[in-house]
Design a protein around this ligand. Structure first.
Ligand SMILES: NC(=O)c1ccc[n+]([C@@H]2O[C@H](COP(=O)([O-])OP(=O)(O)OC[C@H]3O[C@@H](n4cnc5c(N)ncnc54)[C@H](O)[C@@H]3O)[C@@H](O)[C@H]2O)c1
Ligand SMILES: CC(C)[C@H](C(=O)O)[C@@H](O)C(=O)O
Ligand SMILES: [Mg+2]
Length: 362
């Protein structure tokens, strides 16, 4: 089959890890007889440099015409100054919003081979395999108003957390559907002991649960969740939460998997259904990691696993997705590691070599 993919390498380590992701996609094309037509576009700091916009119109248009979109990372210290009118991250937020991608699926799987790569104890980590469902187009990220102003007593700024019941319902449903296809346990994370928006979140989650009597719903406060994630990560199956909580808790969870360079994600416009394509943007959860950019040391596995998620969710190519995931596992079993996940007895490889090794196993 022929597929059209928009590729957004972005900034920092983005182009390096994306090159390895595309290498692996090419191996999939060869093995399974597909054609992936790749259209490279700008986003983030590289887009601001060339066009003054973090998300040029051309990029959004191309994404809308594609079967799926791959993005590596945005962000550049040159644009960190809060006084600047535009930041690279604005491009990613505008893309998620512009494509209606409200459901961000972030699987957290600890490979047996990597239980010694984390700062946490191997016996705590072994068997960890859960999925975060992060709401992606609401909450404080898209607050209205979102502004800074001057008062007689000094400066003030606001971004308030607002959620409508419709926004909560659609993301909670994604959580229930995923839980139904797994161990049938859904944890809804909120801060209902303090926040009004969380109280509504909890009420709606309970209302939606009536449609899923086969799934056990429980509620955990976000601070307690942060603690439980590192105490007993194996207790979780599917976790659904709002945008900012999900952002924070998934970086924490990356450390369970050994590194930020290990976690993939899918940002979808609907509930994923087995065998049916759901349009999406596929992005590792990590950022542009500027301090390691250009050194051939970034871990490309998050991006390669993200390619697998794209094959599964947007192209409905399950066999192909599984072969990429298997290839990652095989190479980890052989003991090859990038810097971030090195342990005693492993063989250190660079970004490109890791990509070569995985592509060869597809
Ligand atoms: N989705 C995205 O595009 C995205 C996500 C997070 C942060 N950012 C942006 O990236 C920039 C840097 O942010 P940050 O430092 O907070 O987060 P980061 O994820 O870029 O880096 C956090 C830590 O993880 C390491 N790391 C990240 N990716 C890695 C990889 N593939 N292999 C090995 N190590 C890796 C980094 O070296 C650093 O130590 C900022 O501009 C931020 O806004 C973008
Ligand atoms: C870069 C930033 C806008 C983004 C987010 O906060 O969603 C990132 O941290 C992520 O997790 O994808
Ligand atoms: Mg983040």
């Amino acid at each position: 089959m022929n597929y059209r993919i928009t590729v957004l390498p972005g900034d920092g380590v983005g182009p390096e890890v994306m090159a390895e992701g595309m290498k692996v996609l090419e191996a999939v094309a060869k093995k399974f007889g597909h054609t992936f037509k790749l259209e490279y576009e700008l986003i983030g700091a590289v887009a601001i440099d060339k066009t003054d916009f973090a998300l040029p119109e051309e990029t959004l248009k191309m994404c809308k015409k594609s079967d799926a979109v791959m993005l590596a990372a945005v962000g550049d210290p040159r644009y960190d100054d809060p006084k600047l009118p535009v930041h690279p991250e604005d491009g990613l937020l505008a893309l998620r919003k512009g494509l209606g991608l409200f459901a961000n699926i972030r699987p957290v799987k600890v490979f047996d081979e990597l239980v010694n790569a984390s700062t946490l104890k191997a016996e705590v980590l072994k068997g960890t395999d859960f999925i975060f469902v992060r709401e992606l187009t609401g909450g404080v990220y898209f607050a209205k108003p979102k502004k800074e102003w001057l008062t007689t007593k000094g400066r003030k700024a606001t971004d308030s957390m607002t959620y409508s019941e419709q926004e909560i319902e659609r993301i909670v449903r994604v959580g229930f559907e995923l839980a139904r296809s797994r161990k049938k346990r859904l944890v809804s994370v909120d801060k209902a002991n303090v926040l009004k928006s969380s109280r509504l979140w909890r009420q709606v989650a309970i209302e939606v649960s009536k449609d899923y009597p086969d799934v056990a719903l429980s509620h955990v406060l976000v601070d307690a969740c942060a603690m439980q994630l590192i105490r007993t990560p194996t207790a979780f199956d599917v976790i659904v939460t709002e945008n900012l909580f999900g952002d924070i808790l998934t970086d924490e969870s990356a450390q369970l998997a050994g590194s930020m360079g290990m976690l993939p994600s899918a940002s979808l416009a609907g509930i994923p259904q087995s065998g049916k394509p759901t349009f999406g943007l596929f992005e590792p959860i990590h950022g542009s990691a500027p301090s390691i950019a250009g050194k051939d040391i970034a871990n490309p596995i998050a991006t390669i696993l993200t390619v697998a998620m794209m094959l599964r969710y947007s192209l409905a190519l399950e066999k192909e997705a599984a072969s990429v995931e298997k290839a990652v596992e095989v190479v980890l079993k052989q003991g090859y590691r990038t810097d971030d996940i090195m342990a005693d007895g492993n063989t250190r490889v660079g970004t490109r070599q890791m990509g070569d090794l995985i592509a060869a196993e597809v």
